[in-house]
Design a binder for this molecule. Sequence first.
Ligand code: AMO
Length: 420
Amino acid sequence: MISRILSAELAEHTGRRVTIAGWVHRRRHLKSVSFLVVRDRAGLAQVVTGSGLPGEESVVRVTGTVTARPQAPGGVELTEPEIEVLAEPGAPPPFDLYRPVVPAALPTVLDHAPVALRHPRLRAPLEISAASVAGFRETLDRLGFTEIHTPKIVASATESGANVFGIDYFGRRAYLAQSPQFYKQTMVGVFERVYEVGPVFRAEPHDTARHLAQYTSLDAELGFVADHRDVMAVLREAVAGMLASVRDRAAPAVELLGLTLPDVPAEIPAVHFTEAQRLTSSGEPDLDPAQERWLSEWALREHGSEFLFVTGYPMTKRPFYTHPDPARPAYSNGFDLLFRGLELVTGGQRLHRYDDYTAALAARGEPVEPYEGYLQAFRYGMPPHGGFALGLERWTARLTGAANIRETTAFPRDLHRLSP
Ligand code: AMO
């Protein structure tokens, strides 16, 4: 390893000679002096030097004396530097990475992602996303869940209504997994409580600000639930843990973006689907994005909460594995979690008896045969169970105020974009 300290640690070394390494973020020439700002994973460091500075995005190692300077980032700078260039860029960056506001439109940013993402404001959402995943894992580990890894090349679709990518699998028809749904349920029979953080694929024909063709799904599934409300309680803990981790691990990113993080109420308010319909004067069997936004505003007004559960969606709108509400079988024990106007999570209680699965498939006119592999779990005894899936990019977009979900993932895949 190249021996060095991080920019954020410089102040602890005032008066000493130290080495840092990173990228030339900015060069500034004043009349009698020049400054080099070096960017590393922890932040920025200022170097005072003469002329003849390496170009922006050059990779450098700088040894210098840590000197107090209140105006510099972190209140110190490196003086009397020796600068070694480790790599010189072949071309200047597509736009100035040092400007506080990103001076480029989203398509330009995405076309140049490998270098554009180095901009502190474009990197910050990715830091928040990483901290969120760490908090998700930490919380579910604490609650006795086991992390699993399930196949992304699968034999059948899982989510009715969502579109599936077909692929050639050694001459056979296969699909890219739309969700780990069947496998996470199966693994409840093994571990009782499981979670997975992984990619899922949706052949989304819509070009919207909230749909990707590949996104990261934070999935959980747990056995021995009384009904969907036990799942909602675990989800509440997971979301609170994700936020605590963002506060803890991504504090500089939160500060840079000037974010106000939401509070999670001890109990997130919930409305039944029929009540949501009444509130939005809707007779439709589903809620559209405008109604979701309205309901979120209502929850903030009435309950002071930026989160709202909508429970009891009609069975006709949920996949075949959904458990009905025993008291009102036309409605499900399924829920969505809305966050700042957007559907963030889908979840619910599942069927757990083999005969209920065969009946549910028959009622939808679907053959049992393609599902035989999955249905083995239920043939051999499964507890009442349920789970949820949270879309990571939607979460990060809502936390950071990004207008487009593409700002929250390094290399988005959508209708038009396959590269970089
Ligand atoms: P669902 O299909 O509703 O449920 O997906 C769950 C969550 O994933 C996110 N999401 C998306 N994010 C980005 N781009 C997309 N194209 C996209 N589609 C969905 C949303 C959504 O709430 N198996 C069930 C979950 C379960 O019941 O456990 C499922 O996949 O945030």
